[in-house]
Design a protein around this ligand. Structure first.
Ligand code: FAD
Ligand code: NAP
Ligand code: SF4
Length: 676
């Protein structure tokens, strides 16, 4: 144990025999997109250096393939040639400036490889990939084992302290270990002993090539969460095999990428899956790492102090705040910029082949490009609007030494985040507001709530710069009967808590339309009730069926009958987040929400709302119609200032309302603060 009063278990060192980890935090593997970018390794080195400086005990890099067929994408990163070693040295040398260890993740994607040369145990296509893999020949299997061993040797040469062998999430090793997609009849298929042969041979070969003083983490799929996944008995047999084969640590893998159970999104309760690692602790004696939706030191400490695991893996929380561990160690966990699990700037980017970053921390993966040097001259700056854009600008500008005053006409900071945080499953948004409140007081930023400033007042106060982050106003619609008393805006529902009837039509199926629908059908948020949440998504903690799925979802009846409408003819919800949209669609479908596309709005009247689809008219008998039809910039103050010859800066929704989200609002604010 460490003598830190608040987090003694989290900060305790972990003795691995031949080496010791500084504490129990592991920064989990994240592909950033920099791996494939020109000059990306210099940026990656800066990215990892910042996390090492911030005190993380052990880092695992993004997945790197041991050979060409195993690459995730055609130009995916691979470590197989001697000339690859030098660029990796940049990373290890940067990390080793601090007492942090770093392992390279070896990931062969198998049938998840997004290219036509993919291979797997059997010729079975994944539902999330258009490419059908070829079944590997025995020669290819043996070659792949050698490739893993060779990569590990190169990783050691590059200065890595070890490797993590990716055996979960539905990648190649998991494809072999699971009977669902391993239909082989040779010694690599059939019994669990045969199916886990690839994993164990790889561990043995890596140990032989990299030596005894090399960390080998095996990421084991403890819960496949797919029909036909492995049984608990198979998982335990494999864990014991992994231990005997020479691994140093076992990391927990939860759910294949194609699983239809959310595993890391914001609506997943914190630490919802740590029970599976706890269960495994009774079976093996290797130190176990647990994972998924652990985003505060308090949650991590509780897991470790209750003996559920020996180490805690957090990935996205280190994007959100590189100083997570240092702040915890200084008893300043209330200063941590908490990951809200939105996936918007990290996973959604990676799945679109864009560089990852973080919605709440736009400097993540931009450590050398978005920097906040001390200002040559401290300016007096007024910021109007305390939504995400105004708050982020104020914090970064104050960090640079500017004197900042924020004004907001509301009674609390946060702007539209105050509506977002009320949506069931979006409770993490409170954390961002807690973070900003803390920063405002630490940086002595002047906070003036309940104050609507006029252009005259701002000019008279003699500010050097005026930044307008006044956000948006909801779009007004021109539909017959729009003034009917049953019509409400989402603001009347979420902010003013106006009563809503049992039958509702929502006009507009963007992010806000979906959120409002969830708010109306799910009266109780399951995010704070992990047991009920698991039941709702059909996860069986007793592991009676293979894959950990119960086969039935215990959901409460929805509290309302809701229609979600859009004019576009495309699939409703098609524009939602790449990695989270399916969760929102599934949640609404399971709650009986009727999603209609290609709608033309005719009239709102006493009966409900009259619409037509493909020229066919119908009346939806509803008590309320809620408008979630997008927004327009709030620029009244800008124009008043402009008329008086003052050129203010516009950021966030006040700048461009179309397709606005907090990710754009915060990044734009940071970019302005970096140069003002
Ligand atoms: P706003 O948040 O609108 O803030 C503007 C602020 O300016 C307000 O506080 C307002 O009171 C103040 N103001 C305006 N005029 C004046 C004036 N004249 N004087 C003083 N103060 C003034 N985005 C995401 O990225 N992810 C999500 O999951 C997400 N979920 C959402 C869910 C809901 C229900 C809603 C409504 C929005 C959601 N958003 C989400 C959108 C996100 O909240 C906005 O993109 C973001 O808040 C825009 O930030 P902003 O600072 O530009 O404006
Ligand atoms: P939005 O995503 O642009 O959606 C607006 C909706 O209104 C669309 O479905 C649009 O569909 C409809 N619409 C637009 N003009 C209309 C008109 N004149 N008449 C009738 N319908 C109209 O905007 P939003 O839902 O207001 O969300 C604002 C921003 O917040 C979004 O950019 C989003 O990224 C962000 N947000 C994100 C999340 C998240 O989970 N990531 C959640 C909430 C909000 P049709 O034009 O087809 O009718
Ligand atoms: Fe977390 Fe969202 Fe940042 Fe990703 S983008 S690290 S999910 S806060």
């Amino acid at each position: 144990m460490n003598d830190n009063a608040a987090f003694p278990h989290l900060l305790a060192p972990l003795d691995l025999g031949f080496t010791t980890l500084a504490n129990r935090t592991l920064m989990g593997s994240m592909h950033t997109g920099l791996e494939e970018e020109k000059g990306g390794f210099d940026k990656l080195a800066a990215f990892y250096r910042a996390r090492a400086k911030g005190g993380v005990g052990l880092i695992v890099t993004g997945g790197i393939s041991p050979n060409t067929r195993g690459r995730l994408a055609p130009f995916g990163c691979e470590l197989s040639k001697f000339w690859h070693v030098n660029k990796h040295k940049k990373i290890t040398e940067a990390v080793h400036e601090y007492p942090t260890k770093i392992c390279l993740q070896l990931l062969h994607a198998g049938r998840y490889s997004y290219h036509p040369f993919s291979v797997s145990a059997s010729k079975i296509k994944s539902p999330i990939n258009p490419f059908t893999p070829k079944a590997m020949s025995v020669r290819q299997i043996k070659g792949t084992i050698k490739d893993f061993a060779h990569s590990a040797k190169l990783a050691k040469k590059a200065g890595y302290d070890g490797v993590e062998i990716m055996g979960s999430e539905g990648y190649l090793i998991n494809q072999f270990s699971c009977v669902k997609v391993n239909k082989r009849t040779d010694e690599w298929g059939g019994s669990i002993e045969n199916r886990m042969r690839l994993a164990l041979e790889i561990i043995r070969a890596v140990r032989a090539s990299a030596g005894s003083d090399f960390i080998i983490i095996f990421r084991l799929s403890m819960l496949d969460l797919v029909d036909g996944g492995n049984s608990w008995q198979d998982v335990v047999t494999m864990a014991k095999g992994v231990e005997a084969a020479g691994a140093t640590l076992i990391n927990t893998g939860i759910g294949w990428h194609e699983a239809r159970v959310p595993t890391i999104s914001t609506s997943v309760p914190r630490a919802a899956f740590t029970w599976i690692t706890e269960r495994m602790k009774k079976e093996v004696s290797l130190p176990l790492i647990t994972t998924n939706r652990i985003n505060t030191p308090e949650v991590a400490e509780k897991i470790l102090s209750s003996g559920q695991a020996d180490m805690v893996s957090m990935a996205r929380p280190f994007l959100a705040d590189e100083n997570f561990v240092a702040k915890a160690a200084a008893n300043k966990s209330d200063e941590i910029n908490t990951c809200i699990g939105c996936n918007q700037a990290c996973l959604d980017h990676v799945f679109k082949q864009q560089r990852a970053s973080c919605l709440v921390n736009p400097t993540a993966c931009y450590e050398t490009e978005l920097t906040f040097a001390k200002a040559k001259q401290s300016k007096k700056i007024a910021v109007v609007g305390a939504g995400p854009a105004g708050l982020a600008f104020s914090v970064y500008a104050a960090q640079r030494g500017h004197s900042v005053e924020i004004f907001d006409r509301g009674s609390e900071i946060g702007g539209q985040f105050n509506y977002a945080k009320q949506i069931p499953g979006k409770e993490e948004f409170y954390e961002t507001l807690r973070y900003f409140n803390k920063q405002i007081s630490l940086l002595n930023i002047g906070l003036n709530l309940n104050q609507e400033q006029s252009a005259e007042q701002l000019i008279a106060a003699g500010f050097d710069e005026i930044v307008l982050a006044t956000g948006i106003v909801p779009r007004a619609l021109d539909i017959k009967g729009i003034d009917h008393e049953k019509v409400k805006s989402y603001i009347q529902v979420l902010r003013d808590k106006e009563p809503v009837g049992k039958r509702v039509a929502i006009i507009g199926a963007g992010g806000i339309g979906f959120d409002v629908a969830e708010y109306l059908v799910e009266e109780e948020s399951l995010t704070t009730n992990p047991e009920k949440w698991l039941e709702t998504w059909g996860v069986d903690k007793n592991y009676q069926e293979n894959g950990g799925l119960s086969g039935k979802e215990n959901r409460e009846a929805p509290s309302r009958e809701v229609y979600l409408l859009q004019r576009k003819t495309s699939k409703v919800g098609a524009g939602l987040g790449k990695t989270t949209g399916w969760i929102h669609r599934a949640t609404l479908q399971k709650n009986g929400v009727k999603m209609l596309a290609g709608v033309s709005y005719q009239e709102v009247n006493d009966e409900g709302i009259v619409i037509s689809i493909d020229g066919e008219q119908q009346t939806l008998a509803v008590d309320n119609v809620i408008i979630c039809a997008g927004q327009e910039s709030e620029r009244g103050l800008f124009h008043q200032l402009e008329a008086k010859g003052v050129n203010a800066h516009l950021i966030g929704g006040a700048n461009v309302a179309a397709e606005l989200d907090a990710k754009r609002a915060i990044r734009q604010a940071a970019e302005l603060a970096a140069k003002i």
